[in-house]
Design a protein around this ligand. Structure first.
Ligand code: ATP
Ligand code: MG
Length: 171
């Protein structure tokens, strides 16, 4: 599978539409304490992981945790859709401030896969346009990721590439 070798001290931003498998990928390759998720943060500030009104506060909390982990020179994985450049700008800025290397892992199994997976989820009750818009935003921004400040960009473009990826750490 695709080899993803990340530095011990990095900020890894998962990028992908809802249902692309970000949380699953994070669970599989990283320790639970290394992952900061927008859903978890939404749940912490508003009891409900789907409360969209809580999004600004959830991201404020996410960024605070990100800063505190990087201050301690600890690896951190950001589990949120992160499909728009403006979603990513602040993250890259924070990583840069702490001299952590920014890594983008794009999970891109295709719109149908995302839509079909979400159809079977109790916790994701939104229309097909949501995934379509997220995929469109993702595509528009793909080529700009290096320019945004990501030093590694890994674009996994099928279920197989995502499932067979191997993550290792370099000192
Ligand atoms: P969201 O942005 O909505 O949080 P997500 O990108 O975190 O979505 P997951 O929660 O990881 O997506 O996955 C969505 C659904 O797809 C889950 O039911 C999960 O079990 C399934 N799934 C995720 N990755 C895979 C995979 N590689 N193979 C098979 N099923 C998967
Ligand atoms: Mg998730």
């Amino acid at each position: 599978g695709r080899k993803i070798a990340v530095p011990e001290f990095s900020m890894i931003v998962l990028i992908g539409a809802s249902g692309s498998g970000k949380s699953t990928f994070a669970r599989r390759h990283f320790r639970q304490t290394e992952v900061v998720s927008s859903d978890t943060c939404r749940g912490l500030v508003a009891d409900d992981e789907n409360d969209q009104a809580a999004t600004p506060d959830a991201f404020a909390l996410l960024q605070t945790i990100l800063e505190l982990r990087l201050k301690g020179r600890r690896l951190v994985v950001v589990d949120a859709t992160n499909v728009r450049p403006e979603d990513r700008r602040k993250l890259v800025e924070i990583a840069r401030r702490f001299h952590a290397l920014s890594v983008a892992i794009v999970l891109d199994p295709g719109e149908d896969v995302c839509r079909n997976r979400n159809a079977g989820r109790q916790d994701r009750a939104f229309g097909p346009h949501v995934v379509r818009n997220q995929m469109a935003a993702l595509r528009r921004g793909l080529r700009g990721l290096a320019r945004e400040g990501f030093r590694q960009v890994h674009h996994l473009t099928s279920v197989d590439e995502i499932d067979s990826a191997e993550v290792s750490r370099q000192r």
